[in-house]
Ligand binder design. Structure first.
Ligand code: HMG
Ligand code: MG
Length: 306
């Protein structure tokens, strides 16, 4: 930690629990529970909540209720509700569901692209062209997510050049924001900085986000390392929910409560009420019948209980 490095004063936290967090749950989570979770998160002050995924229900059954969820959530002014859209079928569903942002999701790894979305990287970009064009026509925000930017469960190492190439393609599609994702949570801080710096050569750093899974316990360290190179958007999942059905063994996203606790300590504004997020985390953990995976969330809840 170098105390001479200026960190961003504000960061945007994108809450991905209702989508990335729940998509991997084996038991079906009823739509009412997802709706309650999103409503609780909306009242916490997030500006962006990833609430839905319009993918094939055969591939990801847990997300089959996305339209129902989007129809029933309370929309808070100023909150963008995002949905994953791998193709035009997904885009049409997201548009009908009044998503404020659509997310095209590709990969820096050829092997992962095939496993996750059943096509090559080049084919995925060709598919995304229609989605990107339609998003612009309808005035929706467009976000591009790049999986396996730090390592792949199938091919291992992922070269910096491969990440840079996909960042450039996402930029050319007109993305407003681009996520650099550690799908399997293998990154470490110096590597994180190298990847973020390389990505920032292709796309304005203010529009790059860090999406860290916490499989190897490195996510908070990687977030701090990202702050040091100027990244100011991070994804996290309430109660540390999550995993990817096509990345075996990968655990949840970094827990939102832990990220908020870190930001508070650093004096970095998020605009989010940690106490409300702790309650939301306890709510969903209780529903799932297990202890939440957020260290800060569990500590705060235990302290409250006396
Ligand atoms: P495919 O089989 O190649 O697609 O799948 P297809 O066009 O041949 O269609 C096959 C069937 O899927 C058809 O149905 C279509 O209607 C249906 P059938 O005729 O067999 O009954 N279909 C759809 N249904 C609903 N919505 C759609 C849709 N598209 C086709 N949008 C496809 C290609 C991309 C659809 C498939 O591979 C898929 O759904 N994959 C989902 C992958 C996924 O959701 N992974 C998890 C999210 S990504 C992630 O978690 C990573 C991230 O967090 C960042 C990180 O951590 O790395 C974002
Ligand atoms: Mg993810």
């Amino acid at each position: 930690m170098n105390s001479n490095i200026a960190l961003p004063k504000h960061v945007k936290i994108v809450e991905v629990g209702p989508r990335d967090g729940l998509q991997n749950e084996k038991e079906s989570v009823p739509a009412e529970v997802k709706i309650e979770l999103v409503n609780r998160l909306s009242s916490a002050g997030f500006r962006n909540i990833e609430a839905a995924s319009f993918v094939s229900p055969k591939w990801v059954p847990q997300m089959a209720t996305s339209a129902e969820v989007m129809a029933a959530i309370e929309r808070h002014p100023g909150v963008v509700y995002s949905a994953l859209t791998p193709n035009m079928q997904g885009f049409d569903a997201a548009l009908a569901a009044k998503a404020g942002e659509v997310v095209i999701f590709g990969s820096a790894s050829e092997a992962f692209s095939q496993k996750n979305i059943n096509c090559s990287i080049a084919e995925s970009i060709a598919r995304f062209e229609g989605v990107a064009k339609a998003a612009k026509q309808h005035g929706l925000r467009l976000r591009g997510s790049i999986s396996c930017a730090f390592g792949c469960p199938y091919q291992g190492e992922v070269p910096l050049a491969a990440v840079a190439d996909v960042v450039g393609r996402m930029r050319d599609l007109g993305c407003d924001e681009i996520d650099i994702a550690d799908t399997i949570g293998v990154a470490t801080p110096r590597q994180t900085q190298a990847v973020m710096r390389r990505a920032a050569q292709e796309f304005a750093i203010g529009g790059l986000s860090g999406h860290f899974h916490d499989t190897y316990g490195q996510a908070l360290a990687n977030i701090y390392a990202s702050l040091e190179v100027g990244i100011a958007i991070f994804h996290s999942s309430v109660s540390g929910l999550g995993g990817c059905p096509y990345a075996k063994g990968a655990t949840g996203n970094v827990a939102t409560e832990d990220v908020l606790y870190l930001m508070q300590g650093l004096g970095i504004e998020t605009g989010i009420d940690l106490d409300i997020v702790v309650d939301a985390g306890q709510f969903i953990a209780q529903f799932l019948g297990r202890k939440g995976a957020s260290r800060a969330g569990n500590a705060i809840a235990a302290k409250r209980a006396g």
